[in-house]
Design a protein around this ligand. Structure first.
Ligand code: ADP
Length: 539
């Protein structure tokens, strides 16, 4: 009986539906399998996007915005995923993105393959906890093996050719591959110019990526300075300020205005004029103060009206208004200036300095930007990306971010493993070899783990139009025969399987993170044996 019929104090009948009836429940293997199905569905969506020949996806948001990308994290984040377990996969790719910035598709494909393998083991009647233990063991072996198949990419500040090559691998599967050399160089130069080589750290806050629709990808450039998405307040003010001394204001900069709560009685034209004059004089005073301080440019977080604008032009003080908070901070950082929160705090030593501040116009469009170059503190740089439409500019932004992450990872740790599935095959061989030495039931899970590793080279060859099984078996046998762990899938049909020759690397830390995070998630999913879903209110 699902409901109890009863009556209230007036004798009117009503129904009590028992709480339990509002829940749907799955337990044991049934629960694990339903999770696996959900996660597999998500992974299968990403599979075709893996690798240099991976296909792009087009995503249309509820308000019609279009995104084209083959970046795993972006695809998953733009999908509306309802299932809780599928959401975990979305988070998985996001953690890889946050931590490493690359390998976001690979991690989901690998986690999907692990779950697929787990399903088969569950069908064989192996307990989920034993599967989880086996996976854990296998993951440790694979991660340890990464060290022995890793290589070092030498680079220095003067010889960045290897870094450029690595950036190219990352960019090679993206829309920007048209301008591969240029983008790879931009990624390396931008990261190196803000990197702290001693501490092996890179602060991405100092690299601003600004996209502007118009022109083409090849018009993109790296600017050693800050780009502000604004224009000089007055259309007639000079478009270039050399040897700029900048007053960076976060306080209002305009003639004082009577507030609404003030009462002001104006009874004659003269009084009105004198009020006007008073305001004008006060503002001119402010301008004079700024000029006396030595500033020849004002950057202000607030706006000022036409009258103020006119007075600024008349007094030959160029100004930029409505500059956002983060940009103000970036300008202050780059020009070694201090942000001035109260007009009275103005002082010569607080001004920022820059070699040149200029306004840039884009062809026939109305769009303009301000570039601050030759700054006192040249650490902050801006990547100005151009492209025919918003979709291309957005994808270019994502792609260059990935490439910058690759370069940053190499600066942090220059050990790499070979890509194109080579490292997965090497680890798969090792794990399956070690499984033979295990006598307990975990050996099945370990072999399953090794098969899941194979899914990466299999997917890469499938996406490149090769016969996946044939390609994998050939690679595996030659890796075993020659002990050459550099052999991977020749996705670009270059004629060589040696990934060292093709310069296809993945940072060691990225691969390690992929293995660890994916295994951790799969273990977690396997350990859930009860799902209770509230289906909401029921009549
Ligand atoms: P992710 O988002 O996981 O980085 P990608 O679509 O960038 O996904 O594909 C990365 C995979 O493609 C890695 O396994 C990498 O080794 C492989 N790969 C990249 N370039 C090549 C190439 N030129 N030849 C073979 N494999 C490649």
């Amino acid at each position: 009986m699902s409901a109890i019929y009863t009556t209230d104090e007036y004798g009117r009948p009503f129904i009590i539906v028992r709480e339990q009836e509002n829940k749907s429940r799955k337990t044991g293997v049934e629960a694990a399998k339903s999770h696996i199905l959900a996660a597999k569905t998500v992974a299968s969506i990403l599979k075709t996007s893996l690798g240099p020949r991976g296909l792009d996806k087009i995503m249309i948001s509820p308000d019609g915005d279009i995104t084209i990308t083959n970046d795993g994290a972006t695809i998953l984040q733009s999908m509306k995923v309802d299932n809780q377990i599928a959401k975990l996969l979305v988070d998985l790719s996001k953690s890889q993105d946050d931590e490493i910035g690359d390998g976001t598709t690979g991690i989901v494909v690998f986690a999907g393959a692990l779950l697929e393998q787990a399903e088969e083991l569950l069908d064989k009647g192996i307990h989920p906890v034993r599967i989880a233990e086996g996976f854990e063991k296998a993951c440790k072996i694979a991660v340890d093996h990464l060290d022995s198949v890793s290589d070092v990419v030498p680079w220095s500040k003067d010889d960045t050719s290897n870094l450029v090559k690595c950036a190219k691998v990352s960019l090679g599967s993206k829309i920007v591959k048209k301008c591969l050399d240029q983008f790879a160089k931009m990624a390396v130069d931008s990261v190196l110019s803000v990197a702290d080589i001693e501490r092996k750290d890179v602060d991405f806050e100092l690299v601003k990526v600004e996209g502007k629709v118009g022109g083409e990808l090849a018009d993109s450039s790296l600017i050693y300075g800050v780009v502000v998405d604004k224009e000089f307040a007055h259309p007639q003010s000079p478009k270039v300020v050399e040897n700029a001394k900048i007053a960076i204001l976060t306080c209002p900069f305009e003639p004082p205005r009577p507030k609404t709560k003030h009462k002001l009685d104006i009874t004659s034209v003269e009084e009105y004029k004198s009020l006007q004059n008073y305001e004008k004089n006060l503002f001119e005073d402010m301008i004079k103060k700024i000029k006396d301080c030595g500033a020849n440019l004002v950057v202000c977080q607030w706006g000022f009206d036409d009258e103020a604008n006119h007075l600024l032009l008349a007094n030959k003080l160029p100004a930029i208004r409505w500059v956002g908070g983060p940009e103000i901070e970036l300008i202050a950082m780059a020009t070694s200036g201090r942000i001035i929160p109260r007009f009275d705090d103005l002082a010569p030593e607080k001004l920022g300095t820059a070699g040149i501040v200029r306004e840039l116009a884009f062809g026939t469009t109305n769009e303009r930007i301000i570039i601050v170059e030759g700054c006192a503190n040249p650490k902050a740089v801006t990547l100005l990306l151009r492209g025919g439409n918003k979709m291309i500019v957005d994808e270019a932004k994502r792609s260059i971010h990935d490439a910058m992450c690759v370069v940053r990872n190499l600066i942090r740790d220059n050990r790499v493993v070979y890509g194109g599935g080579a490292v997965e095959i090497a680890c798969s061989i090792e794990v399956s070899k070690r499984a033979d030495q295990v006598s307990s039931i975990e050996q099945y899970a370990m072999r399953a783990f090794s098969r899941a590793l194979d899914s990466i080279p299999l997917t890469l060859s499938e996406n490149s139009g090769l016969d996946p099984i044939e390609a994998l078996s050939e690679l595996k046998s030659s890796q075993v025969k020659n002990g050459n762990f550099r052999l991977g899938v020749d996705c670009m049909s270059s004629g060589s399987n040696d990934m060292k020759e093709q310069f296809v690397f993945d940072p060691l830390i990225s691969k390690r993170q992929q293995f660890l995070l994916a295994t951790q998630l799969v273990k977690m999913i396997l350990k859930i044996d009860d799902v209770i879903v509230h289906s909401g209110s029921q009549a």
